[in-house]
Design a protein around this ligand. Structure first.
Ligand code: IMP
Ligand code: MG
Length: 183
C-alpha cells in the first residue's frame, strides 16, 4: 500500500535567495582573484547556479557526480565516482558546492580524493548542513542553513529523484505522520 505524501515548506524561497546572496558576497570577498567552483551533481546544481550568478569575482565551473550505493534516505558510506571533473584542479582555488552534508561520508571521501590532485586550496560550501547526523568529520567553510535531522527536498534535493525542482526547501510528510516541523 502506498502512503500519500505532501511537501511542507521548511525554508521559503525568499529566505534561501537572501542567504545565497549573503554567502555569495562572502565568497566574493574571500576570492578576489576568482574561484573554481566544483558542483556535486545532481543536487548541487540549483545552489551552484544561484551562487555563481551572484558572485562579483570571476568563476569557472566544473561538475562531478558521485554515488553512495543504494537508494532511499541513508548514504551507505561506499562512494563511487560516476563522472569525474573535466579539468585539472592542480594549483587552483577550488570551492566544492554541495546541496547537503548529512553523515559527511560523501564529502569526507571526496575531499581526500581531490586533495591528492594538489589544488592550491580546497574549501567546501553547502546549502544545508545537518550537523547532528555527522559520522565522518568534514570541515565546512560556508553554510547557508543548518537544519535539524529531517529528510528535506527541493532546491536540488530529491526523494527518489523527485522534488528536485521545487524552488524552496521542503519536508516530505506522510499522511499518517505527526506535525513537528520547525527550524
Ligand atoms: P552524506 O554522505 O551522508 O553526507 O550524504 C550526502 C548526500 O546524501 C547528499 O549529497 C544528498 O544527496 C543525500 N542526502 C542527505 N540528506 C538528505 C536529505 O535530507 N534530502 C535529500 N538528500 C539527502
Ligand atoms: Mg548529493
Amino acid at each position: 500500500m502506498s502512503r500519500k505524501e505532501r511537501i511542507e515548506v521548511l525554508i521559503p524561497e525568499a529566505d534561501v535567495e537572501r542567504r545565497i546572496r549573503e554567502i555569495a558576497a562572502q565568497v566574493s570577498r574571500d576570492y578576489p582573484d576568482g574561484v573554481h567552483l566544483i558542483c556535486i551533481l545532481k543536487g548541487g546544481v540549483f545552489f551552484m547556479v544561484e551562487l555563481a550568478k551572484r558572485l562579483s569575482v570571476p568563476a569557472s565551473l566544473d561538475f562531478m557526480s558521485v554515488s553512495s550505493y543504494g537508494g532511499g534516505t541513508e548514504s551507505s558510506g561506499i562512494v563511487r565516482i560516476i563522472k569525474d571533473l573535466d579539468e585539472s584542479i592542480t594549483g587552483r582555488n577550488v570551492l566544492i558546492v554541495e546541496d547537503i552534508i548529512d553523515s559527511g561520508r560523501t564529502l569526507h571521501y571526496l575531499i581526500d580524493v581531490l586533495k591528492k590532485r594538489e589544488p592550491r586550496q580546497i574549501r567546501l560550501c553547502t546549502l544545508l548542513d545537518k550537523p547532528s547526523r555527522r559520522v565522518k568529520e568534514v570541515e565546512v567553510d560556508y553554510t547557508c542553513f543548518e537544519i535539524p535531522d529531517r529528510f528535506v527536498v527541493g532546491y536540488g534535493l530529491d526523494y527518489d529523484q523527485r522534488y528536485r525542482s521545487l524552488p524552496f526547501i521542503g519536508v516530505v510528510k506522510f499522511e499518517d505522520e505527526q506535525e513537528e516541523t520547525s527550524l
